[in-house]
Design a protein around this ligand. Sequence first.
Ligand SMILES: C[S@@+](CC[C@H](N)C(=O)[O-])C[C@H]1O[C@@H](n2cnc3c(N)ncnc32)[C@H](O)[C@@H]1O
Length: 389
Amino acid sequence: MTPPRPLSQIERLAATISESATKLHRISAEKGVPLPSFEENAVFSIPSEALDAQDAILDATAELHDLLLDPMILIREHGGHNNSACLQAIARFNIAAMVPSEGRVGFNDIARQTGLSEDMVSRFLRHAMTMRVFCEPEPGMMLDALQRWPNSSEPSETGFSMASNSSASIYEVLASDAERAARFSNAMKAFSTTSVFYITHLTDNYDWASLGKVEVVDVGGAQGHVALELAKRFENLDIPVQDIYEVVRHAENQLPGEFKNQTRFLAHDLFAPQTLSADVFIFRWVLHNWSDEHCLRILRAQIPSLKPNARIVIQDGCLPAPGTIAHWQEKYIRSDDLTMASVFNPRERTADAWRELLLAADHRFMMNSVTRPRGSALAIMEVIWKEFN
Ligand SMILES: C[S@@+](CC[C@H](N)C(=O)[O-])C[C@H]1O[C@@H](n2cnc3c(N)ncnc32)[C@H](O)[C@@H]1O
């Protein structure tokens, strides 16, 4: 008879949780004490005889949770700066006092009372909900920079600007400081080593091979980490990379020699009319940091170069409806949304908001598909430039 397989760490933790939960349930029932719940009027009480079980469950669930998270996401979760920003916002704008006990209040009502935009109220509160603070029974119900510039969508009116004590946006800071620009670019590269941002989500989930011999411009492609991965996998692609001068000026030197015939670097401003008349334009993680007003300018700047049926592949955040994806993923995405707000002043968009944005830029931008590859934090949207008669 083969000896039993030793339990893995995951299985041991799961067994501890199961045994201790059974014990906690039994003792609470014997004592007539209700079990913990997220209900508004829930009483939180653990009988003293069950405190060991409570400890065991909390330690084992925390260990299991940490064990199953990508290490890069885990570090960010423990940093948790958006959790405290969110609680501070609730305190500073006295939002808790606006939510009636056992009643409901709309985001619009809170917006009116606080002077914040409804959009910003919903973003704070939906993030708070991922921390079990407040709940949204029906969809649509529910710090310094925000008070100084309520409703601004300008990148020069952010928490970053206040912290830098300057009226320069993060873009202007990066454009004037090669060292910080290179550090920012490296940070983007580092993000791509987190599983939810792997470049393979883009290389594996779009049919690059079937495009044939084409030119694919990586707009805002930093120092070419995405272009390089595409070049390695798809010999049929020529992939010029455009980004600001400070970012691309030394990028060529870092490119492995064998890919120099497939990739080159061009200083190009996103807002300037596109100069390359390519078959495909990639916007990977380039639009989510700009407000709608600025995105409209960026999209329209591509039009002079677009051939009929040219494709625009947008790989970017796509907010899910509340409660429709795993809780930890929703929390991560909503936390990202607040980080973006504090540094760049845009908003993360739902699929519908992306569609509306494209349509507002020009009715010839046709959203052909939106997919979110399993395990990816970013959706892939294929947009086709349709020239109508
Ligand atoms: C969030 S990063 C994404 C980088 C890369 N596409 C990726 O997927 O990792 C945004 C990029 O847009 C570039 N960018 C910002 N403003 C720009 C502008 N006005 N013109 C060109 N590139 C710009 C930044 O330098 C940066 O490389």
